[in-house]
Design a protein around this ligand. Structure first.
Ligand code: ZN
Length: 172
C-alpha cells in the first residue's frame, strides 16, 4: 500500500496577511492619487476590517495623518473603544517612531508590514522601538509581506514626481 501524500498545511493567518496587505495597497494608491506618499493601512479584528486609512498629512493639514494613525482612529471610533487589543494592523511600509508609539498606546496585538523603510523605519531598520524596555505592551510583528509591490508603489510615486518636476522646469 502506498502512503498518501501529505502536503504541508497552509497557515491560514499567513494567507490572510497577503489578502489584507492587498487591501492596504489599494488604500496606498488612493494616497498617490492625492499627491501624498503612498502608504495604506487596515485594522482587522476577528477577520473583519474595522478601520482603514492612507497617508494624507498634506491634504488634511495634519502632520500626524500617517496611514497607521488614520486607520487606528477609525477603528477606535468604530469599536467605540480606545483599546484595540486582539487587532492586527496591516501597513504597506514599516512604521515610523510616531506610529509605533500610537500602536503601543492602542494596544494593537500584531503589526504586519510590507516594505522596510531604511531611513525612518522604527521596527527593524533605523531603530527597534517596540523592543524598548519602558513599553509595557508587547506587539508581535511580521515584515516583508508583499514587500515588492509595497515598495514599488512608493518608488514609482517618487520617480513620477521627479519626472513631472523636470518637465515643468523645462517649460518655465
Ligand atoms: Zn508613521
Amino acid at each position: 500500500m502506498i502512503d498518501p501524500v501529505i502536503s504541508a498545511p497552509v497557515n491560514p493567518s499567513l494567507v490572510n496577511d497577503e489578502r489584507w496587505m492587498n487591501c492596504a495597497l489599494a488604500l496606498a494608491a488612493q494616497a498617490a492619487d492625492l499627491g501624498e506618499v503612498p502608504v495604506g493601512a487596515v485594522v482587522v479584528i476577528d477577520g473583519q476590517e474595522v478601520g482603514a486609512g492612507f497617508n494624507k498629512p498634506i491634504s488634511s493639514c495634519d502632520p500626524t495623518a500617517h496611514a497607521e494613525i488614520c486607520a487606528l482612529r477609525q477603528a477606535a471610533a468604530y469599536l467605540n473603544n480606545y483599546r484595540l487589543s486582539g487587532a492586527t494592523l496591516y501597513v504597506t511600509l514599516e512604521p515610523c517612531t510616531m506610529c509605533v508609539g500610537a500602536i503601543v498606546h492602542s494596544r494593537i496585538s500584531r503589526v504586519v508590514y510590507g516594505a522596510t523603510e531604511p531611513k525612518a523605519g522604527a521596527v527593524e531598520s533605523a531603530r527597534r522601538t517596540f523592543d524598548e524596555p519602558h513599553f509595557n505592551w508587547r506587539v508581535e510583528t511580521r515584515g516583508g509581506v508583499l514587500a515588492e509591490p509595497c515598495g514599488r508603489i512608493i518608488s514609482d510615486f517618487f520617480s513620477r514626481r521627479r519626472e513631472l518636476r523636470r518637465q515643468s522646469a523645462k517649460t518655465e
